[in-house]
Design a protein around this ligand. Structure first.
Ligand SMILES: *[C@@H]1O[C@H](CO)[C@@H](O)[C@H](O)[C@H]1NC(C)=O
Ligand SMILES: *[C@@H]1O[C@H](CO)[C@@H](O)[C@H](O)[C@H]1NC(C)=O
Length: 209
């Protein structure tokens, strides 16, 4: 009897591990890879649409937390203990939906980069849709680590209430560079074997663990 219950426990434990492991080992569900690669394809044209069609040194005003670089992601990973990748992915969506909105807002209806940018936003939303669908709803209600919550609160602040010192100026191209590099890092499973920035990101992160 004792033996039986032990093996039941063992079996249960193994099953639990088995069920949990996809979440622990692969924070990016495979279903996200197709829309992510589609977005990545669009991003490969960013120089043409975000640089050539804008005045030289053109910048837009963004919150400093909206400048989310690879180095910021790596810093959060090293500062916050046991940081769940999913939390960083949520932050990535939150930051970049705002960034895309701000870029679109400065372009008149007939700006030559507008169709490109609205399509980019559509593709971004496709990725977000799959992201939300492929995780249980509870995941999105979980409390965020304090520093991440702090960043989140800044991002969702009313623009009128943001102190002047928290605004920065960034070029649309630089903002999309950030979006692209952090995407390839945070959803690394879908970009395995891609270029250097992502490798850098993965090795930094593994070292930190
Ligand atoms: C992402 O796009 C870049 C070009 O910007 C390309 O070199 C890379 O192979 C793409 N990655 C995937 C997985 O599609
Ligand atoms: C653009 O910025 C660069 C670097 O700050 C500067 O050297 C250059 O003169 C600027 N160009 C224009 C047209 O303002």
């Amino acid at each position: 009897m004792v033996q039986l219950s032990t093996s039941v426990y063992l079996l249960g434990g193994l099953l639990g591990l088995f069920l949990l492991s996809p979440v622990l080992m692969a924070p990016t569900p495979a279903s996200m890879c197709t829309p992510l690669r589609t977005l990545n394809d669009s991003l490969s044209h960013r120089r043409r649409y975000m640089k050539h069609n804008f005045p030289i040194n053109y910048t837009i005003k963004v919150h400093h937390k909206e400048i989310l670089k690879l180095s910021d992601v790596n810093r959060m990973r090293s500062q916050v203990k046991e940081l769940d990748e999913l939390v960083l992915q949520r932050l990535w969506f939150q930051v970049n939906q705002g960034v895309l909105k701000k870029i679109i807002r400065v372009m008149p209806e007939r700006h030559p980069s507008r169709p490109y940018t609205t399509e980019l936003e559509r593709r971004f939303k496709d990725v977000e849709g799959v992201f939300v669908q492929s995780h249980p709803a509870e995941v999105f209600q979980k409390d965020l680590p304090e520093t991440i919550q702090d960043t989140w609160d800044h991002l969702t602040e009313e623009p009128e209430r943001v102190p002047e010192s928290n605004w920065r100026f960034a070029s649309p191209k630089a903002l999309l560079d950030n979006l692209c590099h952090t995407m390839q890092c945070l959803f690394g499973e879908c970009f395995a074997g891609a270029e250097a920035p992502q490798h850098h990101c993965v090795s930094q992160w593994r070292k930190g663990r």
